[in-house]
Design a protein around this ligand. Sequence first.
Ligand SMILES: C[S@@+](CC[C@H](N)C(=O)[O-])C[C@H]1O[C@@H](n2cnc3c(N)ncnc32)[C@H](O)[C@@H]1O
Ligand code: SF4
Length: 412
Amino acid sequence: MIGKLITEVTKWEFSRAMRFTEGVDASLPRGKTNHGMLLYLHIPFCESLCPYCSFNRVLFDKDLCQKYHSALRKEIQLYKDKDYNFTSVYVGGGTPTIMMDELEKTLLLAADCFSIREISVETNPNHLTQENVDILKKIGINRLSVGVQSFDDGLLKAMGRYEKYGSGNMIAGRIAEISGQFDTLNADMIFNFPVQTEETLDRDLDILINTGVDQVTYYPLMVSESTRRKVKKTLGIVDYRKEKRFYQLISKKLAPYYRFSSAWCFSRRGTMVDEYIVDYDEYAGLGSGSIGYMDGRSYANTFDIPQYIEMLDRGELPLMAARDFTPTQQARYDFLMKLFGLKLDISFLRKKYGGGGIGHLWREIFAFMLTGGLRYKRGTFYLTDRGRYYWVIMMREFFTAVNNFRDFCLGR
Ligand SMILES: C[S@@+](CC[C@H](N)C(=O)[O-])C[C@H]1O[C@@H](n2cnc3c(N)ncnc32)[C@H](O)[C@@H]1O
Ligand code: SF4
């Protein structure tokens, strides 16, 4: 009941928040925390397109991918020329490791331009060859995140990944083999596929624990309007009734081996957090369709890859749309993200928004204290067990709104 209410309210809130204004002063904001920002680089190419995926991705084309990387390097240089600095890089996709030589060049340039201390890269299981692993280690990748989704062959076949990325056994074997070669090896998993059962989920969890992976990010299935239709054809009708039960199963089973580092990320001690939006208040989004957030302004690059390349060839930033948040909207964004990372310090709000920081959030704090989602102790709000699931719902709706915005821009 509360879950359904949270879904409806956040769906409405986030669809409003994602109303960007196209072309209107889509200028680059200055980051407030210029010294400690994150650089997000997007590589949209994939060898095949998974039906459930609503991220920004296209089929791999070698020539286009080379031109894309060269444009991305121009964009990195433009940020450098404008005196931006970053301490961390997150390369997401698509499949960033699809052209290793290009990825290496792009990351070496980023390391040359900025004071980079840590690099995180996403990949797919078929790219986990020792040759690739050696290159990634040489570049200085600290965190490698492998997309697994499930070890169940029936499910992998239904989602079109078995042929391309291998059987559950093969994937588990590869992960176990490279375990220990990076500071953090993360496995991306998904729960609440329509055809998933408690038994298949339980088996996935057993296999996962046995691989010895450092970190597990267990996403709830998030579908934009267009992916909902594709998922229906291949995997069945998405419904959220089993989601809470699945989440409880995952939390219980992983608890002896992992601690929560966000509402859906589980880490062994000493590993990095996966969600850059939790660790970094501000981030720049580079690459086609990337979204950045700095100084209360969210801005998006063009989703059109040829246009992205052309704009950078002309020496222009490929910005397409922007949206300025009021102080209350900014505080709400911080409320969502900080608590997704499990806690929110009042001192953080005071520092950022002045004495009245908490005044922006009294409704949210009141509602979640009342429903048992938050507890307060010595200047800090913490998520409770119940609250963690509320945040899974809200983040699911947040990403769904981002994905709907993407579909809207791409005319899907
Ligand atoms: C966008 S992919 C990029 C990396 C790589 N291509 C892969 O497949 O893992 C990163 C992760 O996002 C998650 N993901 C993709 N589509 C999703 C969806 N509709 N709902 C929930 N998680 C999703 C998957 O776990 C995936 O591994
Ligand atoms: S899940 Fe990964 S491999 Fe599949 S389409 Fe999305 S980005 Fe590409």
